[in-house]
Design a binder for this molecule. Structure first.
Ligand code: ADP
Ligand code: MG
Length: 576
């Protein structure tokens, strides 16, 4: 199948696709659309970000809904409101010439009354986010009992965002007889489980390799000290005067901080994160899309589903917890045949993560060298001169002023004039980089920092919350990550008991952990954190250097952990 016309879609839809400039279906569309038009069996479709999954599921649905009937017939669940709105917008663009077909987006952070009114007025397709959809179902404003299609879009992201309960609740309200479609960029174990639980003999289709970064993306990492990360970011921006990219941070707090600092330092940047109102986000996104912003600083969640095709760079200011998220991030550049660069600014503690990502994307990172002050000055200078050469001279209008200008400059040589002219723009950057340090961490230094032949020293802490307080490893890591000074800290083993928890953290951060967590709360409980002795055998083996070793470290109480528990009990007794 070479063209959309061959699919035999409704004339109105073909016209809309033509308007949009869609001629040839993408590989995932070529595989999914005929299946969905011809069969009612379930479908798992895996394809990277940006491969056209929205049209792959929505075109067959549009083709088959009963336009005369205004009840909800298709339901699409999406993890974030940006994505929800984008899907709704896409479907609206496909159905532009089918005025009776209504698509209703139902998402949090906007007035519920308006959405209720829309639902009451009726529509064949509903696109929603988990929280708001549950709310609407509970209020009996959204009835999914008659639907024929359920689409779980970005299912991997839905799970990593912790929407499993919502997913269960929503799917409970749908009829037995329906076609379930699951779209995802990756296929982690949890997705396989979901597919097993909710789908009947799904057909699995894959377009391109799953879990693999886009072909046109070069992956580069820069190794610096944790405290030099921001300076490194600025230098990267400085040597790429035409940069147009997303800077990914881990937390809202970090996102705000980095964006604020960049703005203060005169960069064209802004932040996108969950604390912004929908209107504020729209403003930021509009400025970014129209290229009035060069750098968008964002969390994974906020950037989800943002569809901007010509990014030159994706910068991982902090690496994500999950390797999959890296694939999503880097997949935002190198689209539509363009080249892109995915940059990781990291410290030697992240080295193992880089290796893990390399395995997953089946591609090696290049080790980049943060340019030194001199190099940056040179590059900026040349970029400025190139710009100067391109300036068009308005002969007609400028000539009348030139004699006065020449007169004024009399006595200065050509060289003097050029030097002064260049300096106007350049003094700032020269001053900034004068005597600037080399930010790169050399291999020697890395070895010294990495105590005990690459192993980190951990300190074990006891904290007064546990399972009873709904603590789980993810939430504990979230809690620690919320503090910017702890953002990059390596977390080792976590053992969660009913009323308390043990966790291991890089010993260099002992004081920082005590300071930060002692003033923190969890589920309304003031935290009491104290260091405890690790059990002796534990310090020699089974050290986990990374926080993304999430599996296998829930609160299982193995032999070793019982001993650890005893050891720390003794310790606590002694202190009393
Ligand atoms: P995904 O959900 O796989 O990440 P999207 O469905 O958001 O990808 O599509 C990515 C971009 O590609 C969108 O801008 C979309 O309009 C465009 N697109 C999708 N299908 C086609 C096609 N067949 N021809 C041209 N552009 C397409
Ligand atoms: Mg999509």
């Amino acid at each position: 199948m070479e063209t959309f016309a061959e699919l035999g879609l409704k004339e109105e839809v073909n016209k809309a696709l033509e308007d949009l400039g869609f001629v040839k279906p993408t590989p995932i569309q070529q595989k999914a659309i005929p299946h969905l038009l011809g069969s009612t069996s379930d479908l798992v479709a895996l394809a990277q970000t940006g491969t056209g999954k929205t049209a792959a599921f929505s075109l067959p649905i549009i083709e088959q809904v009963d336009i005369k009937d205004k009840t909800v017939q298709a339901f699409i669940l999406s993890p974030t409101r940006e994505l929800c709105l984008q899907i709704a917008r896409d479907i609206e663009s496909f159905t532009r010439h089918l005025s009776k077909l209504k698509t209703i987006p139902v998402y949090g952070g906007a007035k519920i009354d308006t959405q209720i009114k829309q639902l009451l007025a009726g529509g064949q397709i509903v696109v929603g986010t988990p929280g708001r959809v549950c709310d609407m179902i509970r209020r009996k404003k959204l009835d999914l009992s008659k639907i024929k299609w359920v689409v779980l879009d970005e299912a991997d992201e839905m799970l990593s965002m912790g929407f499993k309960d919502e997913l269960d609740f929503i799917l409970e309200t749908t009829p037995e007889e329906k076609q379930t479609l699951l779209f995802s960029a990756t296929m982690p174990k949890e997705i396989a489980r979901i597919a097993k639980k909710y789908m009947t003999d799904p057909l699995e289709i894959t377009a391109g390799q799953k879990n693999v970064g886009a072909e046109n993306v070069t992956h580069v990492y820069y190794m610096v000290k944790p405290r030099s990360k921001y300076q490194a970011l600025k230098r990267i921006a400085d040597v790429n005067p035409d940069i147009y990219g997303i800077v990914f941070c881990r937390t809202r707090r970090e996102t705000k901080e980095i964006a604020d600092m960049l703005i203060q330092d005169g960069y064209s940047a802004d932040a996108l994160h969950g604390d912004l109102s929908q209107a504020q986000r729209d403003v930021v996104m509009h400025r970014f899309r129209s290229k009035h912003l060069q750098l968008l600083v964002a969390t994974d969640v906020a950037a989800r589903g943002i569809d901007v095709n010509n990014l030159t760079h994706v910068i991982n200011y902090s690496l994500p917890d999950q390797v999959e998220s890296y694939t999503h991030r880097s997949g935002r550049t190198g689209r539509a045949g363009n080249k892109g660069t995915s940059i990781v600014i990291c410290s030697n503690r992240d080295k193992h993560k880089i290796r893990r990502i390399e395995k997953r994307i089946n591609k090696n990172f290049e080790k980049g060298s943060i340019p030194k002050g001199r190099e940056i000055c040179e590059i900026r200078l040349m970029s400025m001169i190139d710009g100067l050469k391109k300036v068009e001279v308005d002969e007609e209008n400028i000539n009348e002023f030139m004699p006065a200008v020449f007169e004024n400059l009399e006595g200065l040589t050509k060289e003097d004039v050029i030097k002064k002219f260049v300096s106007v723009e350049f003094n700032r950057i020269l001053a900034y980089y004068k005597g600037a340090k080399d930010l790169n961490v050399s291999d020697d230094k890395e070895r010294k920092d990495n105590k005990k032949g690459g192993r980190l020293e951990y300190t074990r802490f006891h904290v007064n919350v546990g399972k009873k307080n709904n603590l789980d490893p993810h939430r504990l890591m979230g809690l620690i990550n919320e503090f910017p000074e702890l953002n990059n800290v390596a977390i080792g083993q976590i053992e969660i008991f009913k009323k308390f928890t043990f966790f291991d953290v890089d010993s260099d951060y002992k004081a920082a952990i005590l300071k930060a967590l002692s003033n923190a709360e969890f589920e309304g409980i003031a935290l009491v954190v104290e260091p405890v002795k690790a059990r002796p055998e534990y310090s020699q083996k089974n050290r986990r250097g990374s926080r993304d070793d999430k599996e296998g470290r829930s609160g299982r109480r193995g032999k070793g952990s019982k001993r650890a528990y005893k050891a720390s009990r003794n310790f606590r007794k002694k202190r009393r």
